[in-house]
Design a protein around this ligand. Sequence first.
Ligand code: ZN
Ligand code: ZN
Length: 349
Amino acid sequence: MLGACPRTIGWVTGLPNDFIRTKVYDAGHRAPRGRPPYTDDLVFKTTFKIQAEFGTFAAKYRALTTAGFTPASSLIAAYQHYLSFTPVPSFSFDEAFFLVSNLDGIWACNTPTLQLEPCPRCTARRLVAHGGGFTPVCAFCKEECGERGLRRRVAGRVPPDSGSIDVSAGLPLQIETLRMQRVLESAGAHPRVIAAILSGYPDPSRRAPSRLVRVGKALPVSRWSSGVRTLLRAQFSVMASTFRRLVDRGIEPEQAITAAFRHVLAAFHHAPPLSFNRCFEVVCLSEGLWGVSEPTLQLTDCERCGSTYLASRVDPAPQRCPFCVLLRHPEMYPPPARATAPAATPRLL
Ligand SMILES: [Zn+2]
Ligand SMILES: [Zn+2]
């Protein structure tokens, strides 16, 4: 709605190109064509009036980032603020984006090339080259003297009516779903597991699973104490208890399962890595979520070591706390050298 070209949206949001082309633009907001309009000499090859406008915009952006807002929110808010007081904008959102990239060394720029510096004469903060390489005449001082250049043609698309900009409710949710999908993909989740987890987001095209979504052989819940290795039972216990703790604190299950997975990988970083799909199965079976109506695993407090561990409701054998076993037999926990050897491929059961 601010007229950003697809590449700018890609930099700022991290969204993939095909998503931007198909979901972000519509008949009322068409994608600008061609390359982004900015060039390296964006700021200094303009009139003093426009340099002063760039400076005012950059100072607003800086005030917002200093107050703790993200670069993306600060860029959008500062540009909307700029539009609110200028009847005909001198620079486009794409150019504002490029200025911010140069100012902070982010997105389209690896290192900062601009910085804000107060003018010794008028004290206004103006843009100068980063590191003091080039300090142009202060645009604010010049602008006050009434020195004006020709109005520059605005490169890129400028929103026609900035007063009516409104963010629709649907898009942020789509973006959140897409982000979650990416997180799950990078964790190694199977497409069916991803579909099950994403069914928690309101979307009529997605249906919640009616039974457990499993990848590969089922966990032997009826022989839990003898059929699952002690180290794995300890890892699954950490997974399930971390998930429960997060959900109890009001974290959504979708966020909690990915956070708990990261936690268990870090906690057992010497052990062969767990599969996300297996951890998903454990959480389904212990919490009765994502298609499981009757939990078969349950979290139990160990009276001896104080840990919380997973026990099976359908295993008749006595269930021992895996942490107590590991404390007594530490050789079951592989030392770092063995775990990092090339032979250490993820083994599940
Ligand atoms: Zn000045
Ligand atoms: Zn114990």
